[in-house]
Write a protein that binds this ligand. Structure first.
Ligand SMILES: [Zn+2]
Length: 281
């Protein structure tokens, strides 16, 4: 989820991200091709790519012949393992971790069982911190000199714009600032911690996979998942559409019977009570 850039520094950061994204998805390509695809002026693009080259994120990929009588052009490409991040999928029983580079390629992977008591976010943060620390160390060993961009968590339950998590899976009665609990334990070394709803991220992954499959992005996509709970996500024009309350496309706690059994969320007769594996068994 992105917000509109406001200050000149925001605009610059936004444009650097656009160029880097383009080179990551479509590189190697020339400055001219990148300018045309991103809609940036040629001069701006040259300055932005010089910045990215200076940061070690982009490099010259060699000369290719220009069309007709044109001069040979220098192609640019990203340096994928200049930046790595730790991705974590959090479930009720396990933590699935992977190191991803700038191109999205996965390196070191691990899978850790955890048994954190219901209603104790601190215990989950302890287990997460240990697993993230170990994976970040593996990332540093495998990619010497890489910048660690931080940890990205896919969590079961809605996530507010401020990064607080509602999770009945973990028996939390209210929103929990899981990112802050994790940052307290990890300190500065592991970089920033970012959280998003797991079904939203799965929706975004399906959107990207469909884009590759069809050769063009679908305009929108609705995704439903059912494992422990019932979740879902909406993607519109390439972005997660979370709605005003951060729960758009999440049908699990939609009441389907107002006189139904009580749900851990505080409501009654939620869909998750009827469709989940616990209800089934
Ligand atoms: Zn509910």
């Amino acid at each position: 989820m992105r917000t509109a850039p406001e200050t000149p520094a925001d605009v610059r950061r936004h444009n650097l991200a656009r160029v880097l994204r383009h080179l990551s998805d479509h590189g190697p390509c020339s400055r001219g091709e990148a300018a045309a695809a991103t809609g940036l002026a040629h001069g701006s693009l040259t300055a932005l790519t010089a910045d990215l080259v200076g940061r070690g994120l982009v490099r010259e990929a060699g000369l290719v012949p220009g069309g007709g009588r044109g001069r040979p052009r220098r192609h640019l490409e990203t340096v994928p393992d200049r930046v790595v991040s730790v991705a974590v999928r959090v479930t009720r029983e396990r933590l699935h971790l992977a190191v991803a580079d700038l191109s999205g390629r996965l390196g070191h992977r691990s899978d850790v069982a955890h048994s954190t008591p219901d209603g104790d976010p601190g215990a989950l943060a302890d287990a997460l911190a240990a697993a993230v620390r170990e994976t970040a160390d593996a990332a540093r060993d495998a990619h010497p000199g890489a910048h660690l961009a931080g940890a990205f968590l896919a969590v079961p339950g809605p996530v507010t714009a401020g990064g607080r998590v509602f999770s009945t899976d973990f028996g939390w009665p209210g929103p929990v600032d899981l990112g802050a609990l994790l940052r307290d334990r990890l300190g500065e070394a592991a970089g920033p911690v970012t959280l998003a709803n797991d079904a939203n991220l799965a929706a975004l992954a399906e959107y990207r996979a469909l884009t590759v499959l069809r050769g063009a992005p679908p305009r929108s996509l609705a995704y439903l998942k059912a494992d422990v709970g019932v979740g879902g996500g909406l993607v519109v024009d390439g972005r997660i559409e979370a709605g005003g309350h951060g729960v758009a496309g999440e049908p699990g706690h939609m009441p389907v019977a107002f006189d139904g059994p009580p749900c851990p969320c505080g409501g009654r007769g939620c869909l998750a009570l009827y469709l989940g594996p616990e209800a089934l068994t």
